[in-house]
Design a protein around this ligand. Structure first.
Ligand code: GLU
Length: 433
C-alpha cells in the first residue's frame, strides 16, 4: 500500500483505495522519458539533463493551531525545467507529499506545457499535511506562511503556482494576497486558479474535465466511434471526473459508472450525471445516490468503451491491466497508469491517451488566466472555452501526426511532441556559461 503518485484534480479529495503496486511519480516519469527518448532523435545529454529538476526548494512551515499549539510542516517547490518559460504547476496539500513526488509531477508539468505549446516550464509543490484535519483559519495561516517561505522563488515571470489536490481557488486567493502584501503591489499573475473576482479566469475550474471530454470526443472520432454509441466509466467525481462525465453525458455518451472514495455508482442504462453532486458540491456523496454500488476496482474493469481514471495515480497496475476491458483509456488523473501496466495495455492494443494531453485543459486555462492578469482584461467564458477547444485540437493534431508517422503509443507520441519542442529550445539557447 505504498502508492505515492496521486492525481491533480484541483481541490477535490475523492480518492479511491490505493493500489498494491508501488511506483513513485518520479520513477514513472523517468521511465516514460527514457522510453519516449529511444523513439526520437534527440541529444542524449538533453535527456539526461531532463531526468533531474533544476532546483527543489524545501521549507519549514510552522503554524499556530486553533488551540494555541504550534505545529511544523514541510513544504516543497520542485522546479523542473524553464527553457520555454516560467515554471508552472500546482501546489498540493496532502499527507504523502514528498520531494520526489513533487519532482516527478513537476516533470509531467514540463511535458504538459510543451505538448500544449504553452510558454511555460514545469514545477510542482506542496505541503505534507492532511488538509481535512485543518480548520479554514489554520489552512489560511498555513498558506500565508508557505507563501512567505517560497516568495523569493515564485512570481509572474518566475514560477506560477496553481491549485492541485487539497488546494482550491480560495487557497490561491490567500497565496496571491500574501505575496502581494509582501511585494507592496497587487500581483494577480503570481498564481492561477484564483476566484474570478481577484483576477481568476472564467472556466478555469471546469477546464481539466473539459479537456478530458474534448480529447475523449476526438479519440472516439479517430477510431470511428460515435459518442451516442459509447459507454464510459469515470473514476473520481471531483472537478476532473465530474466535469468530464457531465460534458460527455451532454454530448450523447452513456456514462454508466462514476465513483468517489466510498465506491462507485453503476447504472448500465446510463447515469443522469447532473443529478449526482460532484465532490465540490457535496463531498463523498456518490454512493449515497446509487441503487447499485460496486467497488472502485470493479469500476476499472467494467466492460465499457472508454475508461477515464480521474482520481488517484497508480490505479491501473500490473495486477489489473490484463483485466481492463475498455478499448480506450483517457487519463484524467496525473499518472494513473504504472509503467508495467502501460506496457501490458500497449501489448493488448488498448489505446491510452496520456494525462499530459488529456487533462492539460487546466494549465491551458491557467495560461489564459495569466494573460488576462498581465493585460488586466477579463475574457468571457465563451472565449475561454472556444480558445481552450482550439488549443486542445491543435495539440491533439500534433500528437496524432506523431502517432501515425512513428507507429508508437499515444503516450510516446505526446512525449515526442513535448520532448522535440523542449530539446529544440535547449539547443537554441545552448548551455550557460
Ligand atoms: N495542477 C494542474 C495540473 O496538474 C494545473 C496546473 C496549473 O494550472 O498550473 O495540470
Amino acid at each position: 500500500m505504498a502508492s505515492t503518485s496521486r492525481s491533480d484534480h484541483d481541490g477535490s479529495g475523492d480518492a479511491p483505495a490505493e493500489s498494491t503496486e508501488s511506483e513513485s511519480a518520479l520513477e514513472t516519469a523517468r521511465r516514460q522519458l527514457s522510453h519516449a527518448a529511444t523513439r526520437l532523435e534527440i541529444d542524449p545529454s538533453i535527456v539526461e539533463r531532463l531526468r533531474y529538476p533544476k532546483k527543489v526548494h524545501e521549507v519549514t512551515v510552522p503554524i499556530e493551531r486553533d488551540d494555541g499549539t504550534v505545529e511544523v510542516f514541510t513544504g516543497y517547490r520542485a522546479q523542473h525545467d524553464s527553457v520555454r518559460g516560467p515554471y508552472k504547476g500546482g501546489l498540493r496539500y496532502h499527507p504523502e507529499v514528498t520531494r520526489d513526488e513533487c519532482v516527478g509531477l513537476g516533470m509531467w508539468m514540463t511535458w504538459k506545457c510543451a505538448v500544449m505549446d504553452l510558454p511555460f516550464g514545469g514545477a510542482k509543490g506542496g505541503v505534507a499535511v492532511n488538509p481535512k484535519e485543518l480548520s479554514s483559519a489554520e489552512k489560511e495561516r498555513l498558506t500565508r506562511r508557505f507563501a512567505q517561505e517560497i516568495r523569493d522563488v515564485i512570481g509572474p515571470n518566475q514560477d506560477i503556482p496553481a491549485p492541485d489536490m487539497g488546494t482550491d481557488p480560495r487557497t490561491m486567493a490567500w497565496l496571491m494576497d500574501a505575496y502581494s502584501m509582501q511585494e507592496g503591489e497587487t500581483t494577480p499573475g503570481v498564481v492561477t486558479g484564483k476566484p474570478p473576482v481577484v483576477g481568476g479566469s472564467e472556466g478555469r475550474e471546469e477546464a481539466p474535465g473539459r479537456s478530458v471530454a474534448i480529447v475523449t470526443q476526438l479519440v472516439c472520432e479517430y477510431y470511428d466511434r460515435q459518442l451516442e454509441e459509447t459507454t464510459v466509466a469515470v473514476q473520481g467525481y471531483g472537478s476532473v471526473g465530474a466535469n468530464a462525465a457531465r460534458l460527455l453525458d451532454d454530448w450523447g455518451a452513456t456514462v454508466v459508472a462514476i465513483s468517489d472514495v466510498n465506491g462507485a455508482m453503476y447504472e448500465p442504462e446510463g447515469i443522469d450525471t447532473a443529478s449526482v453532486p460532484s465532490h465540490d458540491e457535496e463531498p463523498e456523496a456518490v454512493t449515497t445516490y446509487a441503487d447499485d454500488v460496486i467497488s472502485n476496482d470493479e469500476l476499472l474493469t467494467l466492460d465499457v468503451d472508454v475508461l477515464i481514471p480521474a482520481a488517484l495515480g497508480n490505479v491501473i497496475t500490473k495486477e489489473n491491466a490484463a483485466a481492463i476491458a475498455a478499448d480506450l483509456v483517457v487519463e484524467g488523473a496525473n499518472g494513473p497508469t504504472t509503467s508495467t501496466a502501460d506496457s501490458i495495455l500497449a501489448e493488448r492494443d488498448v489505446a491510452v491517451v496520456p494525462d499530459i494531453l488529456a487533462n492539460a485543459g487546466g494549465v491551458t486555462v491557467s495560461y489564459f488566466e495569466w494573460l488576462q492578469d498581465i493585460n488586466r482584461r477579463a475574457w468571457s467564458l465563451e472565449r475561454v472555452n472556444d480558445e481552450l477547444e482550439a488549443e486542445m485540437r491543435a495539440a491533439w493534431g500534433a500528437v496524432r501526426s506523431e502517432f501515425e508517422r512513428r507507429d508508437v503509443t499515444w503516450r510516446d507520441a505526446a512525449y515526442i511532441v513535448a520532448l522535440s519542442r523542449i530539446a529544440e529550445a535547449h539547443e537554441a539557447r545552448g548551455l550557460w556559461p
